[in-house]
Ligand binder design. Structure first.
Ligand code: HEC
Ligand code: HEC
Length: 364
């Protein structure tokens, strides 16, 4: 019959077209294959926010995408960011040490020591200004800093040269060129693109769901009795730790002089070096306290080795100096209070960040 011969022809055509589509899709897939997101670490709609943290906003000019976060993860762990191929971001901010380095001050290329302690990258997406003195306005701006820092990652004296040689090393990789093309639409990527990708990854490195968060969510057994007493001291009118360490990331992101290193002959003046305001002398950015039991030594100069040392420092009212913050004054904590406060700080150890270990392979 005529009708059935038409329909047979139609079916035949459909099969031909469908196969062609299938073949084309496969070819395109192969062409772009290496640029595809290969890891399940980065969900489609953004990082999973652990219990206790508030929602995270990504900047309008650097929106989240799984491919961008994954690219940032690769770059973060890639020693090709440094001129002699020995140092990556993770060298000083490693998951093994809750994204810091476990040292008082950091060691960069050729074993050079810097003057400050490496802060953790965990929950930095909640902070506006970056560095102990807040000299970087965003994670994007911060990320390109170490690449041009001659103590940390480069042999070059000139920052522009340091960035261009870093780009040369990355652009030598076909896979990086494909990945940057997929994310930013160009294989001729810039150092700003590198910073944007790394910042996107960093915003995924989160910590929540700690015993403290579970306690707050109603699980009254999540804290030990000592931790619960320590929590009450932390938020008390005497200790007032939360006047600076407040909010879901335990920081107001404000700067304060809590009397660290102020007995040195020429102390690090911190925030003052950036603002030149008298009241900022010896002031440093208030660090978040999540996973604090895992990120010692403490303070901008790594001068306090343990949480016991930190609590002792606050209990005696810090190191006296004319710019000391008013909330840092003798607290006269009893030995049991100190034990409890330290126990509470341990209850801020959380989870989320542990999944972001080094990638198995870096782009060839
Ligand atoms: C040689 C060690 C070293 C390397 C390599 C390094 N950092 Fe850091 N990082 C530090 C130190 C030390 C500081 C604090 C410096 C300061 O505040 O003056 C810091 C600060 C930061 C901060 C600010 C955190 C805060 O609380 O304000 C972020 C974010 C960061 N680094 C990310 C990175 C990224 C991304 C890379 C790779 C591009 C990187 N770091 C490479 C040692 C290092
Ligand atoms: C006036 C604001 C302020 C108050 C009050 C305050 N802190 Fe801090 N805290 C800071 C600042 C600023 C730093 C970093 C100081 C530096 O490195 O010079 C810091 C550092 C810390 C650190 C080390 C963080 C790290 O990553 O090295 C811990 C732990 C800490 N504070 C716990 C507490 C506890 C516990 C209390 C209450 C007894 C408290 N803080 C009260 C502002 C404050």
């Amino acid at each position: 019959m005529r009708f059935s011969s038409i329909s047979r022809q139609a079916i035949a055509w459909c099969v031909v077209i469908a196969s062609a589509c299938f073949l084309a899709a496969n070819l395109i897939g192969q062409e772009k294959g290496k640029a595809k997101v290969t890891s399940s670490l980065f969900p489609k709609d953004g990082p999973t926010i652990p219990l206790g943290l508030v929602p995270l906003t990504f900047p309008e000019d650097n929106a989240y995408s799984p491919a961008k976060a994954e690219l940032g993860w690769l770059l973060y762990y890639d020693p090709r960011l440094s001129s002699d191929g020995t140092v990556s971001c993770a060298s000083c901010h490693h998951p093994k040490h809750a994204f810091t380095d476990g040292s008082d001050v950091s060691t960069g290329i050729k074993g050079q020591k810097g003057g400050r302690s490496a802060p953790t990258v965990i929950n930095r997406g909640y902070g506006a200004l970056q560095f102990w003195d807040g000299r970087a306005a965003s994670l994007e701006a911060q990320a390109v800093g170490p690449i041009a820092n001659s103590i940390e990652m480069t042999n070059e004296k000139d920052p522009a040269k340091a960035h261009s040689t870093c780009l040369d090393r990355l652009q030598a990789s076909k896979e990086y060129r494909l990945r940057f093309k997929a994310v930013f639409g160009t294989e001729d990527f810039t150092i700003q693109h590198v910073g944007q990708a790394i910042a996107t990854f960093e915003r995924c490195v989160l910590s929540g769901n700690s015993p403290y968060d579970r306690f707050k969510a109603g699980d009254k057994k999540a804290l030990s009795e000592s931790q619960e007493r320590g929590m009450n001291i932390f938020f008390s009118n005497n200790a007032r730790c939360d006047s600076c360490h407040d909010g879901s990331a335990f920081t107001t992101n404000q700067f304060a002089n809590v009397g660290i290193g102020m007995d040195k002959v020429s102390p690090d003046l911190g925030r003052f070096n950036i603002t030149k305001r008298e009241e900022d002398k010896g002031a440093f950015k208030t660090p978040g306290l999540r996973d604090i039991a895992r990120t010692g030594p403490y303070m901008h100069d790594g001068s306090l080795k343990t949480l016991e040392d930190v609590v002792e420092h606050y209990s005696k009212g810090g190191i006296k100096n004319q710019w000391l913050h008013q909330d840092v004054r003798p607290l006269n904590l009893k030995p049991q209070d100190k034990t409890d406060l330290v126990a509470f700080l341990h209850a801020l150890n959380g989870e989320g960040w542990q999944q972001f270990v080094a990638p198995k392979n870096l782009p060839k």
